[in-house]
Design a protein around this ligand. Structure first.
Ligand code: RNT
Ligand code: ZN
Length: 416
């Protein structure tokens, strides 16, 4: 008997159909963030790198992608090692300017056409993000809340441009695109006036979202956070601000796993937020002591998020994106570890003995509920995961590591 057949029987004993779980898993696309490949640098300038924004990529592992072509090649490698069909999550600072000088307020689909074409060939959907950092007009950490109306307007125009680009990408790729607004605006030290920047942010967002863009193609999301480097004392776009804004305007709300107090449970927020917003965007990440954006793992917090999506039947209304950037290990491996970790967590959620757990809970049998949670943890998930990788024609188990190493020797080593 194969390991998978025996695992299937073990799950069946608990009322779980592994074939159905594999089918469900295949139907979920994860939005793979382009920014893991070059430490959130982008390619607007020859020497582009992450600056400001209160986020930080640490490490100096050799072989970072230095051009759009290299980034695409690296993404190809990662995608070949990840089971399933996924999406590309692109930041505006990855514009393909072809040597031209075009500023962000003037971006049009033309600067992203090569990315859209790249997705099209692969049958991938695309999601999008205006970039409110690594730019001279964001140098003091203020963008949509800047007291100078001209600077604010520059960023408003950028936001509008990105919504149009995303809608075009969606039209061309035949799949709606999520455009996620995240801004770094805040203050390092205790502000006197917390109100005015929030009034300005609300007004800026109102202008961005007032621009007529087909809502069946472009899905607007807003992302909150608690603090950043240089915005320790005050973040304008806090949880309360954006949650209220998203509810009022029926936008997507973006929950980033690193953007809350470390003891808060992101998974617990899902069923609350989805009562009142139409759809949810997740930035699956792993904060270690702070919003550090470590590589996502098959760990308890990630599993809890996926369990919520499955138990609550929220997958139809949730867009799963990844958000981490680690420059201290092979960057392609980081993508693969993180995406496989997220998918494995999702598979584990599909394999929960849901009927038995729910029956135990409904009948008030909390003893059985707790016992089942514990028993489920040691069921042979690995055998089902391996079977999934086999069927999807990607390396099974740790075999992918050798492929990344070989790519490192043949391609990355020549980059330094
Ligand atoms: C920053 C946010 C944001 C960024 C990306 C690059 O705290 O998490 O989502 O990580 O847009
Ligand atoms: Zn994020």
């Amino acid at each position: 008997m194969s390991t998978y057949t025996s695992a299937r029987e073990q799950y069946a004993d608990l009322g779980v159909d592994t074939e159905k779980a594999l089918k469900n898993l295949e139907a979920v696309s994860i939005s793979l963030h382009c920014w893991q490949g070059d430490d959130v640098g982008g390619f607007e300038k020859a020497d582009a790198s992450l600056s400001g924004g209160g986020i930080q990529s640490t490490g100096n592992y050799p072989g970072k992608a230095r051009s759009i072509a290299e980034l695409r090649s690296d993404l190809d490698k990662a995608l070949a090692l990840i089971p399933g069909k996924h999406r590309l999550n692109l930041h505006a600072c990855y514009a393909d300017l072809g040597g031209k000088k075009i500023d962000r307020n003037e971006y049009t689909t033309a600067q992203f056409q090569s990315w859209i074409d790249w997705c099209k060939v692969k049958g991938m959907g695309m999601d999008f993000n205006p970039s409110y950092f690594s730019h001279p007009l964001a140098d003091n950490g203020l963008t949509l809340t800047h007291p100078d109306a001209a600077i604010r307007n520059f960023w408003i125009q950028h936001g509008i441009a990105c919504r149009h680009i995303a809608a075009d990408a969606a039209r061309q790729l035949g799949s709606p695109a999520v455009t996620n607004v995240w801004i770094p605006d805040g203050s390092k030290d205790i502000p006197f006036d917390r109100k005015s920047p929030r009034e300005r942010l609300a007004a800026s967002l109102d202008e961005i979202f007032a621009a007529p863009v087909d809502r069946s193609l472009n899905l607007d999301a807003v992302e909150s956070k608690l603090f950043g480097i240089g915005s320790e004392s005050y973040v304008v776009g806090s949880h309360e601000f954006y949650l209220a804004y998203a509810v009022k305007n029926q936008l997507l709300y973006c929950l980033d796993a690193g953007h809350f107090h470390p003891t808060e449970n992101l998974a617990d927020k899902i069923s609350s937020v989805l009562q009142f917003v139409p759809r949810l965007l997740l930035h699956v990440s792993r904060g270690v002591r702070w919003d550090s954006d470590h590589v996502v793992l098959f760990d308890d917090p990630t599993r809890a998020i996926m369990e919520e999506l499955v138990r609550g039947e929220f997958l139809d209304r949730t867009h799963i994106g990844l958000d981490f950037f680690d420059a201290s290990i092979n960057r392609i491996a980081a993508w693969v570890i993180g995406t496989r970790g997220a998918l494995k967590s999702l598979l584990a959620a599909f394999l929960e003995p849901a009927a038995q757990l729910s029956a135990a809970e409904k009948s008030g049998d909390n003893t059985t509920r707790l016992a089942l949670f514990e028993e489920a943890k040691t069921l042979p998930l690995g055998a089902v995961w391996d079977e999934y990788c086999r069927r999807q024609n990607v390396p099974v188990g740790s075999a992918w590591i050798q492929e990344v190493k070989a790519y490192e020797r043949s391609v990355l080593a020549a980059r330094n």
